[in-house]
Design a protein around this ligand. Structure first.
Ligand code: AMP
Length: 187
């Protein structure tokens, strides 16, 4: 994996509540690069009541995906900032084949690795309900999982074909998952 001038460019992929956000943040701070969570960017836009926030609020509340074009604008802008020059971790993007195509364009097909954190459906649902956030009502939890399976899961095969995929067992402690990621990426 490259760690040259442009730094490491990583994508974290996985179903909701797989722990990918936690792991992306841990690895990013270890590598000294930004973790870019599109979900967090959108949630903070909603909290701030910005134009973007009002556009995406109801879509997010029902567990659906924000449109690919709007997401492309958000990610294009974020990846144009200086702090990504030394590398970055994308958490929660791409989530559809169209988003993966946009990302290839934005990065000139120069991505180093995709980390997939997997866990069984019952584990994911139990975790979400235990966390009890407002958007974690069982109905929305199940919808988010269904949307992942319908729209995002095909990216696993897409990145596997490119030889970029690192499969990680997510049903372990945070420390164990972290260690497995480090080992898989050769860090
Ligand atoms: P997350 O925290 O990554 O689970 O994202 C929370 C919510 O934000 C998702 O359920 C979507 O409604 C929205 N979202 C985040 N990232 C994306 C994306 N790449 N494409 C579309 N919607 C997104």
């Amino acid at each position: 994996m490259s760690s040259g001038k442009k730094g490491r460019r990583l994508v974290f992929l996985g179903p909701p509540n797989s722990g990918k956000g936690t792991q992306a943040a841990l690895l990013a701070s270890h590598l000294g690069i930004p973790a870019i969570s599109t979900g967090e960017m959108l949630r903070s836009a909603v909290e701030q009541g910005s134009d973007l926030g009002s556009k995406v609020e109801s879509v997010m509340a029902r567990g659906a995906l924000v449109g690919d074009d709007l997401m492309a604008d958000i990610v294009r802008e974020r990846l144009a900032r200086d702090d990504v020059k030394k590398g970055f971790i994308l958490d929660g993007y791409p989530r559809t084949p169209a988003q993966a195509a946009t990302l290839e364009q934005l990065l000139d097909s120069d991505l180093d690795a995709v980390v997939l954190i997997e866990a069984a459906e019952d584990v994911l649902i139990a975790r979400a309900l235990a966390r009890g956030r407002e958007d974690d009502k069982e109905e929305v939890v199940r919808e988010r999982l269904r949307v992942y399976q319908e729209k995002t899961e095909s990216l696993v095969a897409f990145y596997e074909r490119q030889g970029l995929l690192h499969r990680i067992e997510g049903n372990q402690s945070i420390e164990e998952v972290q260690a497995e990621i480090g080992q898989s990426l050769g860090l």
